[in-house]
Design a protein. Structure first.
Ligand SMILES: Nc1ncnc2c1ncn2[C@@H]1O[C@H](COP(=O)(O)OP(=O)(O)O)[C@@H](O)[C@H]1O
Ligand SMILES: [Mg+2]
Length: 257
């Protein structure tokens, strides 16, 4: 039996002026996998994440999520049907507390439920209590409970990255997109991050698409790796085959560290 596909990227192209950021990019993310998207700077990785989450529109091609095309859905709808993400350049609500940032993540998913429940005060109270309890559980899960009442902007980068993941978990996603989650993390934090990501897959059954430059992290957690270079897929396979792939090695040699 073929493994199931959670998201299918089909012939996606995107240009910015004369620059072809993505050219006919196709690949599939299998359900339950950690799928890495790697490639040198400027390869088009963030652009693809933006197209999947609906922040950018592709010039052509299709995104199929759970067998349905989602190209026409706005970002908030995509969150509701199960696509959550974090950002390469952190996008937290700095003036809100850590706990509030996670609560917002839950709100993004259940907005309509809130409005309906607004008809009855008792159920509003119940929903609020429920959201706080669940949000605190998520903070526990990522190891940020001790920070719950601090402003997000006051956390060090490593903890801000964890908070973005916590907010994404709050949306109860089927698919989580992580854009450079290890950027700015030290070795210890990166190790913890790799455990957290594996737990998202194994305990929470979340399918993950991860853009990351830390090769040790990627090789340690990924089931499948797709390599982009100048907007094109140049290789795909398991970590071992990717490490040995001459096209991949050449692409990375061209990049200064
Ligand atoms: N909004 C934009 N306007 C113009 N050019 C862009 C824009 N976003 C990305 N690019 C360009 O598209 C290419 C791919 O960028 P990006 O997707 O951010 O790459 P990566 O995440 O792989 O480093 C780069 O050359 C970048 O400068
Ligand atoms: Mg990027």
């Amino acid at each position: 039996m073929d493994s199931q596909i959670t998201i299918k990227i089909k012939n996606i192209s995107k240009s910015f002026g004369g620059l072809k950021a993505l050219e006919n990019v196709s690949f599939s993310v299998k359900t339950g996998q950690i799928h890495a998207l790697i490639g040198p700077n400027g390869a088009g990785k963030t652009t693809l994440m933006n197209i999947i989450s609906g922040l950018e529109t592709a010039d052509s091609g299709e995104i199929i999520f759970n067998d349905k095309p989602i190209n026409k859905l706005p970002p908030e709808k995509r969150t509701k049907i199960g696509i959550a993400r974090t950002f390469q350049n952190l996008e937290l609500f700095g003036e809100m507390t850590v706990l509030e940032n996670v609560m917002v993540g839950m709100y993004l998913k259940y907005e309509t439920g809130f409005i309906k429940s607004g008809l009855m005060l008792n159920s509003v109270r119940k929903v609020q209590k429920d959201i706080i309890t669940k949000s605190l559980n998520i903070l526990d899960y990522v190891g940020l409970n001790h920070r719950k009442n601090e402003y997000a902007k006051n956390l060090p980068v490593g903890e801000q990255r964890l908070l973005e993941i916590a907010r994404a978990i709050a949306a109860d996603p089927i698919l989580m997109l992580l854009d450079e989650p290890a950027a700015g993390l030290n070795i210890r934090e990166t190790k913890n991050l790799s455990i957290l990501i594996k737990n998202l897959k194994e305990e929470k059954q979340i399918t993950l698409l991860i853009v990351e430059h830390d090769m040790e992290l990627i090789m340690g957690i990924s089931d499948t790796i797709t390599v982009l270079n100048f907007g094109k897929v140049i290789a795909e396979g398991d970590p071992l085959s990717i490490q040995k792939n001459p096209d991949v090695i050449t692409a990375y040699l061209g990049e200064e560290d």
